[in-house]
Design a protein around this ligand. Structure first.
Ligand SMILES: [Zn+2]
Length: 264
């Protein structure tokens, strides 16, 4: 059974946007999902992450609006298994019988084998952080889930590769497209201070590390931010917050990694 609706809002909830060439985003309450068109078969859509609980209808409506008649959802790729990234997965799979891919180290959390560790409400100040012990962290069961190919390739998306960015969770991944340096970062880096309810509601744009209350290993997360800096991304499409585009983000990410490294 899926989790109940969580009463968390932002002003951009329900807003669809073009994020990059062939990549479209949708803000679901306080988390983003992305739709990527398969460049060799443009009617084929790959969904990255599956939003908040009870958001299947919102996601489906956006696909219909964006891609019109005749589109086909081919697969779902999950950056990680947190509740705000898998919320609609069960309902979506009832309608679309498609494979779901996740890093092999994340499999236990989506196959009924392991729960995520308890939230850390005191890891960083903020009302969302305070509320975090109420967020679901229990394991779910996705029947069609499988591990991503170990060679870094992404099914259906030959221009993309996945990069292991652990720390927030053990099997967190980001997706990178070399040709235009577009990074789909999940929660490895985000562009809003997710711990702060006020910032989340207005979606104040600012580069941050992963949500601290749900980040199990900050030092590993910092190393992952450093790894992303070396990719020299020119677009940051993140799991939370308004995407940042238009420059090389290497220096900003290195500064952020340093800041996270100094967190005890
Ligand atoms: Zn997360």
């Amino acid at each position: 059974m899926s989790d109940p609706f969580m009463p968390l809002f932002s002003v951009r909830s329900g807003a669809g946007f073009k994020a990059a060439d062939g990549v479209y985003g949708l803000t679901v309450q306080i988390a983003n999902v992305y739709f990527i068109e398969n460049p060799s078969a443009p009617r084929e859509i790959i969904l990255v992450d599956a939003g908040m609980p009870q958001s299947a209808e919102m996601i489906t409506e956006e696909m219909k609006r964006r891609f019109k008649e005749g589109y086909q959802l081919k697969a779902v790729i999950l950056t990680h298994g947190h509740f705000d990234h898998v919320g609609a997965i069960e309902e979506l799979l009832e309608f679309w019988d498609v494979p779901v891919y996740i890093h092999e180290k994340e499999l236990p959390y989506v196959t009924g084998k392991a729960d995520y560790p308890p939230a850390r409400p005191d890891a960083k100040k903020g009302l969302v952080a305070k509320l975090s012990p109420l967020f679901p962290r229990h394991t779910i069961r996705i029947p069609s889930v499988q591990a991503l190919p170990s060679d870094g390739t992404v099914p259906f998306l030959e221009e993309w590769r996945w990069v292991h960015t652990p720390g927030h969770t053990p099997g967190h991944i980001s997706l990178f497209r070399d040709k235009d340096r577009v990074l789909l970062a999940g929660d490895a880096v985000i562009t809003v201070e997710q711990e702060s309810l006020a910032d989340v509601v207005i979606q104040k744009q600012e580069l941050h590390g992963p949500p601290a209350y749900f980040t199990a290993d900050t030092q590993t997360a910092a190393a992952s931010v450093q790894k992303l800096a070396e990719l020299e991304p020119e677009a940051l499409l993140t799991g939370h917050g308004i995407p940042m585009t238009g420059k090389n983000y290497r220096e900003d990410l290195l500064t952020l990694a340093e800041k996270l490294h100094s967190v005890l």
